[in-house]
Design a protein around this ligand. Structure first.
Ligand SMILES: [Zn+2]
Ligand SMILES: [Zn+2]
Length: 142
């Protein structure tokens, strides 16, 4: 079975990274998608995003959107990611997002991913310790 990066037209050779994304819709429905990434797209999409999250987590900006750094408001929400990179341990990340970053990221995930059944197979984990333990960012090998 050929694997395809969600962002590439053609099947990609070699192992792909997978990320299971989850969030809650405004009416509290849990939405989950899986997106696959080739090394190039893991680098351009995931690395930039995670770099920004990680830098803000390290600065302990608990009240800020991890993506844009804006102060969080009431309608802000958590985006969960379970990250599988080839040859590495799985990582659970939870990242507070402002409303506009959440809609940008979730729209991108919906466009490039596969919707998962709405089960609790993907239980969100508190992940700040996970981040602290990562040390190294998920940069695809090149
Ligand atoms: Zn790709
Ligand atoms: Zn934001």
């Amino acid at each position: 079975m050929a694997q395809s990066c969600g962002y590439c037209d053609k099947p990609t050779r070699g192992p792909l990274a997978s990320v299971y994304w989850a969030w809650f819709s405004p009416d509290h429905e849990r939405i989950a998608y899986r997106v696959k990434y080739c090394p190039a797209h893991a680098k351009t999409i995931l690395t930039n995003l995670f770099k920004s999250w990680l830098s803000r987590v390290e600065e302990d900006f608990g009240q800020l959107c991890l993506t844009c750094g804006e102060l969080l408001e009431q309608d802000d929400a958590t985006l969960w990611a379970r990250v599988y990179l080839p040859g590495q341990e799985e990582r659970n990340i939870d990242a507070e997002q402002c409303g506009s970053c959440m809609s940008l990221i979730s729209a991108d995930v919906i466009e490039h991913g596969t919707k998962l059944k709405n089960r609790s197979e993907f239980a969100p984990a508190r992940a700040n310790e996970t981040w602290a333990a990562i040390g190294i960012l998920p940069v695809a090998a090149d």
